[in-house]
Design a protein around this ligand. Structure first.
Ligand code: HSE
Length: 447
């Protein structure tokens, strides 16, 4: 092996270009930290770029680049789950270490990809796949390795957080802010992934696996986006001392003595959180992950969750880790990767089959907005149904009639199992005095 580390980049979009720029900008820093020359030998791109260093081969045959003899580490930043998967599998088969920012691919096919990588004694590193520039994968897999994670909650989609922040602070429209996020390179190729919560669900699936040592189970994540959030609810929440954020939760539940309710909650949804919670002040494109683990307690990790620079920073952190695994030019241990951190943080044969709970088994507090005719006894009917269902009301706010004869009633509840809340809401909606569907948003005190 020569003293240089040779990189191939598959894809020259926002992130790929960010990686090229980072290497150009910080070349000396990278060499001083790694003791190696880090050079891009090849890029796989379908569209020739005149602004790229002419010493770098531009190859439109991406499969050839993924297996090139002149490459040690393949960086996959084309995105998607079809060609990207073929490229990564091809690179692994050809003995290349892989760095990827592809959360969708790993959330859906990570179990297979990691097993294939183990078989071929190479690594697939994916710091950039979750929370952009925040080194949360390294923290969870390495810094918290001695802890038992109880739960984590994260703002893990920058676009969604940017939209919610701009709407609340500036009263801007949803579409207007989304267009800006696309221009700034924050949004996914298909922006419904951002606003429908799918991107956050991909990232949550990865975080949950490395938190609890379970296989990746993206298909079991309960997923709600931000498209249904209205300014009206944002304002009522603020009036009651809460802020609405789009959060991903991974929570270990012991089932309170009932084994059939024990398991893991995996859910992404808009959530009311106290205004004085640290996560409530995480604004714009920032991401943050709050981890509660034993014995450490709560720790919070915050930073830019999207964009070229933040993502390139995470990609290159993985490259630097791999450079160390690859060893120095004098090392006799270049092919012994047995000391590497397991892909999913736990030894593969130690992954647990703890069940993922169904939505009806999940427990959260609730914000309810009920529209009722302004007549005697309406409030009493609603509160009676909640109390008969064993649901504890934490706060209640009745606004003056905004339409002739109709009043919005806002209710905050303590945590309740979702199936119980479903039944109560059904009963409330059957009351003659209720004019519309009940709006419900989950609530969490993050305590
Ligand atoms: N679309 C993603 C986001 C990019 O907005 O967070 C980073 O994964």
């Amino acid at each position: 092996m020569s003293n240089s580390i040779k990189l191939a980049i598959l894809g020259l979009g926002t992130v790929g270009t960010g990686v090229v720029d980072l290497i150009n900008d910080n070349l000396d820093e990278l060499k001083r930290r790694s003791g190696r020359d880090i050079i891009i030998t090849e890029v796989g791109t379908r569209r020739h770029r005149d602004d790229i260093d002419p010493n770098i081969v531009q190859n439109s045959d991406l499969m050839a680049t993924a297996a090139s003899d002149d490459v040690d580490i393949v960086i996959e930043v084309i995105g998607g789950t079809t060609l990207a998967k073929d490229l990564i599998m091809h690179a692994i088969k050809n003995g290349k270490h892989v760095v990827t920012a592809n959360k969708a691919l790993l959330a859906e096919h990570g179990n297979e990809i990691f097993a294939f990588a183990e078989e071929h004694n190479v690594h697939v590193a994916y710091e950039a796949a979750v929370a952009g520039g925040i080194p949360i994968i390294k923290v969870m897999r390495e810094a918290l390795a001695a802890n038992k994670v109880e739960w984590l909650a994260g703002i893990i989609n920058g676009t969604g957080n940017f939209i919610m922040t701009e709407m609340r602070d500036k009263g801007r429209s949803f579409d207007d802010v989304l267009s800006e996020a696309q221009e700034l390179g924050y949004a996914e190729a298909d922006p419904t992934f951002d606003v429908e919560g799918i991107d956050a669900a991909h990232k949550l699936a990865l975080l949950a696996s490395i938190a609890f040592g379970t296989p990746l189970q993206f298909d079991k994540v309960y997923c709600e986006g931000i498209t249904g959030i209205t300014l009206q609810d944002v304002n009522y929440a603020e009036e009651l001392g809460y802020r609405i954020k789009h959060l991903g939760f991974a929570v270990r539940r012991d089932g309170a003595g009932n084994d059939s309710d024990a398991g893991i909650e995996l859910r992404v949804h808009p959530t009311l959180i106290p205004q004085d919670a640290l996560l409530a002040s995480v604004n714009g494109v920032k991401n943050a992950v709050l981890v509660n683990s034993h014995p450490l307690g709560q720790t919070l990790y915050c930073g830019d969750g999207a964009g070229a620079g933040a993502t390139a920073s995470a990609v290159m952190a993985d490259v630097m880790d791999l450079v160390r695994v690859l060893g120095s030019k004098n090392s006799t241990d270049q092919n012994n990767h047995s000391h590497h951190v397991p892909h999913l943080a736990f030894i593969p044969d130690q992954l647990s089959d703890t069940p993922i709970l169904r939505a009806e088994q999940m427990t959260t507090g609730y914000y309810l907005r009920v529209h009722a005719y302004d007549s005697p006894g309406v409030l009493a009917d609603i509160t009676r149904i909640l109390s008969d269902s064993g649901i504890n009301i934490d706060a209640i706010l009745q606004k003056p009639a905004h339409k002739v004869g109709q009043v919005p009633v806002i209710i905050l509840t303590l945590p309740v199992v979702e199936s119980q809340m479903n039944l109560a809401i059904k009963e409330i909606e059957e009351l003659d005095t209720i004019t519309d569907k009940v709006v419900r948003i989950r609530l969490d005190e993050l305590a």
